[in-house]
Design a protein around this ligand. Sequence first.
Ligand SMILES: [Zn+2]
Length: 220
Amino acid sequence: MMGLQLVRVVDEGGDSWVRLELSDGLPTPVANALRRAIINEVPTMAVEEVLVIENSSAMPNEILAHRISLIPFVSDIDNYSLPEECTCGSKLGCERCVVRFVLRAAADTDTVTVYSRDISPEKPDIKVAPVSGDFPIITLAPGQRVELELYVRLGKGRKHAKWQSGIATLYEENGRRYLYVESFGFLPARRMVKEAVKIINQQVKELEQKLEEVMKNAEE
Ligand SMILES: [Zn+2]
């Protein structure tokens, strides 16, 4: 996966988790950078903005919006850009950097619990969706209604924990070093590792360019 056999997959649980063994050639600080990148840098998708059109429930708008923002979304990182990197440069976003969803629910004569499965995309046929339909969001009493527009965007754990792709742990056992990676459902565990490597590569490249500039300026 990463060339040179620096790591090998020891075991894995489908897309949920993967355990890698680090070879002697891979320094622990590098493995630690990888661990940190998985937690802070790998982009995922979550609700960044909620537009409340109607909320006659007992739950205040801010709490409702906060609850919804913590739902992890299956993330299409190949087809969407981070808002700060998108070419549109628009605060509202474009179809490359924002996915719109609606949440409409009402309780008629009985109490209704609204779940993440009630969140529907504005455009069908996209793979972005809540990772599970079973997250309870709010309970509506008879006569109460909610109607919300949700703006899902790519983000990073470094900005807000709601975008943290999963957990990553480095540990030693019987003289061997392992990196255990577990996904919160946004991305397959293997993909998280791959993305983290890509991000570190990019950071090193940027550092190299910066250094070259600094050296050049120092010479002048
Ligand atoms: Zn855009």
